[in-house]
Design a protein around this ligand. Structure first.
Ligand SMILES: Cc1cc2nc3c(=O)[nH]c(=O)nc-3n(C[C@H](O)[C@H](O)[C@H](O)COP(=O)(O)OP(=O)(O)OC[C@H]3O[C@@H](n4cnc5c(N)ncnc54)[C@H](O)[C@@H]3O)c2cc1C
Length: 330
């Protein structure tokens, strides 16, 4: 039986693995997809808004040409090299589907995505670093499930000279509007606020958006509410009135919600935003031996989460030492 199983090999699962190795724990990392599957699914060519040093883990430098902010591809290359250099015990394509409590520790039931074979693992403690990626919120309107309604995109060129309605007032929606406009798509950006300046865009995203609005390459629709989506048009109410927009694609980027399916059956409580409650010092949930870290906890930025995951590993190492001392005595 391992001391620890880390579920998820995103940036924070890997950072946790490095800390676990340094703490002398016996552990494995199970990942549902490829290494850093979450980043694999980010838009191709996407640039992070953080500088490289804020994405670096384990003390490994992350150099980029001319100190530019890293692209998705640079980050994938970096995390791969770190995982290889540390020889981290990552098992890819192992999706954990159930956590079963035992007298001592947990059995993790997994499914191999490559061969559709089941597998089980045993560990005293489990650290979930499963992030929030992949659980896209959908609009609650008729037509939201139509095939041209997307919750993510990969290549901007797919939208060349097509009419795209982007719904969302956060950085992902803002960035998508910029990149699709630059790929010569005809872009409408529907936001819920009265002005783009009141949305949650980072300053550089807002600047780039306003530039393209001025050039008439992006049309903003403010105080917008989508009413209905049909195969060839979208009905919406906005500050400009009620519109029926002819759209080839609708891209809804309205946020992500965490997967609760592993934790809910164990009785872990969740906060209003759907994330699991946990001790802020140890990152242990109210269920003993079950820890969370990274984007699944409240730590959305990599530079914050990479530091704090050390607290969870420290607590796990402490629990492991206490239990073996207890066993020796008993
Ligand atoms: C477009 C975009 C841009 C971003 N830019 C920045 C930025 O510039 N700076 C910054 O600090 N943050 C940024 N973020 C946020 C950042 O990417 C996340 O905070 C970070 O990826 C969190 O890492 P994580 O390891 O906690 O989770 P994730 O990176 O989401 O990794 C979770 C992993 O767990 C795996 N997994 C999930 N369920 C299971 C299961 N049941 N069994 C096994 N494996 C499972 C997934 O496949 C995935 O690989 C950005 C996010 C997005 C979407």
């Amino acid at each position: 039986m391992d001391d620890l199983i880390i579920v998820g090999a995103g940036p924070i699962g890997l950072a946790a693995g490095i800390e676990a190795k340094r703490a002398g724990l016996q552990f494995q990392i199970l990942e549902a997809g490829a290494l850093c599957q979450s980043l694999v699914e980010y838009p191709i060519g996407m640039r992070f808004f953080s500088p490289a040093d804020e994405l670096a883990i384990g003390g490994y430098p992350f150099p980029t040409p001319h100190d530019e902010k890293p692209t998705r591809e640079m980050a994938l290359n970096y995390y791969r090299k770190v995982a290889s250099a540390e020889n981290l015990p990552v098992r890819t394509y192992q999706r954990v589907v159930r956590l079963e409590p035992q007298a001592e520790g947990y059995t993790l039931h997994a499914e191999c995505a490559l061969h559709q074979t089941p597998a089980t693992y045993r560990a005293r403690c489990v650290l979930l670093c499963t992030g929030v990626w992949g659980r896209f919120r959908r609009l609650q309107v008729a037509g939201a499930e139509l095939p041209h309604v997307l919750t993510r995109y990969d290549e901007p060129i797919r939208f060349w000279r097509r009419r795209v309605l982007i719904v969302g007032a956060g950085n992902s929606a803002g960035e998508a509007a910029i990149r699709l406009a630059d790929a010569d798509a005809q872009v409408w950006l529907a936001v819920d606020q009265p002005r783009l300046e009141q949305c949650k865009f980072r300053p550089f995203i807002l600047r780039e958006l306003l530039l393209r609005v001025e050039e008439k390459r992006i049309t903003p629709l403010t105080q917008a509410q989508v009413l209905r989506i049909a195969p060839d048009c979208v009905d919406l109410r906005c500050a400009e009135g009620v519109e029926s927009l002819p759209a080839d694609f609708v891209l809804t980027l309205i946020g992500l919600s965490p997967d609760q399916s592993l934790l809910a059956p164990l009785g872990v409580p969740f906060s209003e935003d759907g994330k699991p409650l946990h001790d802020p010092d140890t990152y242990e949930t109210p269920v003993r031996g079950i820890f969370v870290a990274g984007a699944l906890s409240q730590d959305g930025f990599i530079y914050v989460a990479r530091e704090r995951v050390g607290r969870a590993i420290e607590a796990i190492a402490h629990q492991t030492r206490e239990e073996s001392r207890h066993k020796r005595r008993g």
